[in-house]
Design a protein around this ligand. Structure first.
Ligand SMILES: *[C@@H]1O[C@H](CO)[C@@H](O)[C@H](O)[C@H]1NC(C)=O
Ligand SMILES: *[C@@H]1O[C@H](CO)[C@@H](O)[C@H](O)[C@H]1NC(C)=O
Ligand SMILES: *[C@@H]1O[C@H](CO)[C@@H](O)[C@H](O)[C@H]1NC(C)=O
Ligand SMILES: *[C@@H]1O[C@H](CO)[C@@H](O)[C@H](O)[C@H]1NC(C)=O
Ligand SMILES: *[C@@H]1O[C@H](CO)[C@@H](O)[C@H](O)[C@H]1NC(C)=O
Length: 670
């Protein structure tokens, strides 16, 4: 070990002293050795030196025959130097060399043809990080034992790889070729066709922008892994991989992946594929049979795509069950796909699933039978969804095998029905729950807002009547309800209409009569400016109702001039018994409505009770959108407080009766 500043002459002197010793390893790291002459190592000719490290010098010149005196050398490290040229005699005599490291070695990056011709036994060659390399068909001549070639971060004349590029390696048993970040833009016909034994091909972080026809990978008979992630734009066809059925791992993350053909699937015939990464591609469309052939697949990554539509009930043709047939799947990543619906049979048949990531979606409710087949699931990630309740019926079985759970960042509803069972489970489970102290907070009701789920007091929840009775009762109720829904489907609105009318007649809004002097208005109406015509047509007439006239408050009509608008709103809301939201697409866009009015109304309502809000939906607004825009969710309200404006004109009168009932109903939370 020599560790000081040395000129070539001094090194020569030192080496001559080492002659005849048993030295096997010589490290000349960072000693500012600027040149190597053909005499520098001559003193070592009668040693068995196998390892020479001359890295991190500012070496600019290596004379020809510089290593000719070191026939036993197996490892030569020339990393981080400033060598100007490698020529046909630079490595002369190194026929025993197995490993050559030329990472960041070249300054002007000139490698003459046949520079490596002597290295018959070289197995590993690293030329990473060299700039402006100019490869020819003869650059790699003679490397007949090469197994591993790394050309990472090289800049070179290989923008397009052709069947000539690596032709000089066709006699080597190359197993691994790393072309990561090497400026490659195109793979031509048979680009790797000489590399019949290649197993690993890394083409990541390049600029590849092309349609893969399948010709690119011709001749890769033994290929196991192709890494194509982080490229400019890759288009798949039905035959993209049909010449390489031996493939086990395929990475196509962040390649702006598009499918020219979905049928037959580009992945057809990849029966040995165990890992597939299609993440970060914004994929919105795949077919039910896309992954059908992948019977060996163990890891599937689909994170950061746009697959939500495929699982919607309303999808034309029904939900697309694209995971069908993946019997061996163990790890499934569906992070951030916008899913708000998951079909009950989405994971059917995935009985080996161990890790499932559904984080950062819009999932609100999971279907009950969703995890029926996941007997061995051990890690479940549902973080940052819209889950409000974690009930026994849904989660008990899947939680029983779980070791790691992430449900952080969900808007939990801390009520007995929604969360008591979960809190109890958390308290008794051995599973790891990262972030439990800080990232599991109650959203509703107000009493618990912002408080850790763990602190929810579930002692008052426990004295519910015998569960079985409760179950039978609920069951009966549900069956009756289904029957009722069935009946209602057949002109049921008519029944409801007469029912409402008679209720109104008989009871005569008793509760409203009781309202006392506290309220000046029956309801404060919040709506977007653009929805005024609807309000004029449909709400104002109720003020002239013969049986029971209502008194509404509108900003446009009832505000006295002079006072600030904010004060007015606050006061008027306080003086109103109910608050009606007229919810339309306009409404969700109206910034004034969104920022102040709703916030205020909501605060007040929670203070008093949540039943004083009435939501009227003119347009069909999905729940997640409502929640996203104004932090309200239909599930937070009683059904009679949610009214949908009927599409059919003849049902308008039924709607008005319903509205009257809603206006008359009690504000107390039961
Ligand atoms: C090739 O070299 C890399 C880096 O040293 C190593 O990780 C890999 O296992 C090698 N591959 C083969 C087939 O020897
Ligand atoms: C290389 O590809 C061209 C077509 O691009 C073809 O004509 C030629 O035969 C191929 N050469 C070899 C050695 O495969
Ligand atoms: C290729 O090299 C890069 C950079 O050293 C490394 O991150 C990557 O894992 C290598 N690829 C393979 C397949 O080993
Ligand atoms: C798939 O793997 C099996 C088992 O390792 C092997 O026998 C078979 O040849 C492989 N198929 C292909 C097409 O390489
Ligand atoms: C959690 O368990 C401990 C003892 O096992 C008990 O004292 C505590 O009340 C439990 N907390 C909840 C929220 O169930």
């Amino acid at each position: 070990m020599v560790d000081m500043q040395l000129g070539p002459k001094l090194v020569e002197l030192v080496c001559s002293q080492l002659g005849g010793t048993g030295i096997q390893m010589l490290l000349l790291i960072n000693v500012q050795l600027s040149k190597i002459h053909n005499t520098t190592f001559s003193g070592l000719s009668d040693t068995n030196l196998t390892y020479l490290d001359i890295s991190k010098n500012s070496m600019s010149q290596i004379d020809k025959d510089a290593f000719v005196h070191l026939p036993h050398l197996e490892i030569l490290n020339l990393e981080s130097n400033q060598v100007t040229v490698l020529n046909q005699y630079t490595f002369h005599g190194l026929s025993g060399l197995k490993t050559l490291n030329l990472k960041n070695t070249l300054k002007e990056s000139k490698i003459d043809d046949l520079s490596f011709q002597w290295l018959k036994n070289l197995e590993y060659l690293n030329i990473d990080g060299n700039k402006n390399l100019n490869f020819t068909e003869n650059t790699f001549n003679g490397l007949t034992s090469l197994k591993n070639l790394s050309m990472v971060r090289c800049s070179m004349n290989l923008e397009s790889v052709t069947n000539k590029t690596f032709i000089s390696l066709s006699k080597s048993p190359l197993l691994e070729l790393n072309l990561s970040d090497a400026g490659i833009a195109k793979l031509e016909y048979g680009a790797f066709s000489g590399l019949r034994r290649l197993q690993v091909l890394d083409l990541g972080f390049n600029r590849i922008d092309q349609e893969l026809t399948g010709d690119e990978f011709l001749g890769l008979f033994q290929i196991i892994l192709i890494y194509l992630s982080y490229n400019n734009h890759i288009t798949l066809t039905s035959n993209s991989f049909s010449s390489i059925p031996s493939l086990k791992k395929l990475n196509l993350r962040k390649t702006k992946l598009t499918f020219r053909d979905l049928k037959p699937s580009p992945f057809k015939g990849l029966q040995n594929l165990t890992q597939l990464d299609l993440g970060n591609n914004n994929i919105a469309n795949i077919e039910e049979n896309q992954f059908k052939d992948l019977s060996s697949l163990r890891i599937l990554n689909l994170q950061h795509n746009n697959l939500a539509r495929l699982w919607k009930n309303a999808n034309p043709g029904g939900p697309v069950l694209f995971l069908k047939g993946l019997h061996n799947l163990e790890i499934l990543d569906l992070l951030s796909n916008g899913f708000d619906e998951i079909p009950p049979s989405a994971f059917q048949g995935l009985s080996n699933l161990r890790i499932l990531n559904l984080g950062e979606n819009n999932v609100y409710i999971l279907p009950k039978s969703l995890f029926d087949d996941q007997i061995s699931i051990y890690q479940l990630d549902l973080h940052k969804n819209l889950i409000t309740s974690v009930e026994r019926q849904m989660y008990e079985i899947v939680f029983s095998s779980i070791k790691i759970l992430d449900m952080s960042g969900n808007p939990f509803d801390c009520t007995c029905e929604s969360i008591a069972w979960f809190v109890n489970w958390i308290n008794t489970t051995n599973a790891t729950i990262p972030g439990l102290e800080t990232q599991y907070t109650c959203n509703t009701p107000r009493k618990y807002h912002g408080i850790s789920v763990e602190l929810f007091d579930n002692s008052p929840c426990k004295d519910t009547a015998p569960l079985k009775m409760c179950f039978i009762f609920t069951f009966t109720l549900i069956v009756s309800f289904i029957l009722l829904v069935f009946v209602i489907n057949f002109q049921g609105w008519r029944i409801q209409f007469y029912w409402n009318v008679s209720i109104n007649r008989i009871l005569g809004f008793k509760e409203i009569d009781r309202k006392g002097e506290n309220f000046r208005y029956d309801a404060y109406i919040i709506h977007a400016k653009k929805d005024m015509p609807w309000v004029d047509d449909n709400l104002i007439p109720l003020e002239k109702d013969k049986v029971f006239p209502f008194q509404f408050c509108f900003e446009e009509r009832d505000f006295e001039g002079g006072k600030s608008q904010l004060t007015e709103i606050v006061n008027s809301i306080r003086k109103s018994r109910k608050i009606i939201f007229v919810i339309t697409e306009y409404f969700l866009d109206d910034p004034w409505c969104r920022r102040f009015k709703i916030h205020h109304a909501f605060q007040q309502v929670i203070e008093q009770s949540r039943d004083s809000i009435i939501l009227i939906f003119i347009d069909d607004i999905p729940d997640y959108k409502l929640n996203h825009c104004i932090q309200l969710r239909k599930g937070m309200f009683k059904s009679r407080c949610i009214l949908n404006w009927p599409a059919q004109k003849e049902r308008a009168s039924a709607f008005r009766e319903k509205l009257k009932i809603a206006l008359g109903s009690s504000n107390l939370v039961k």
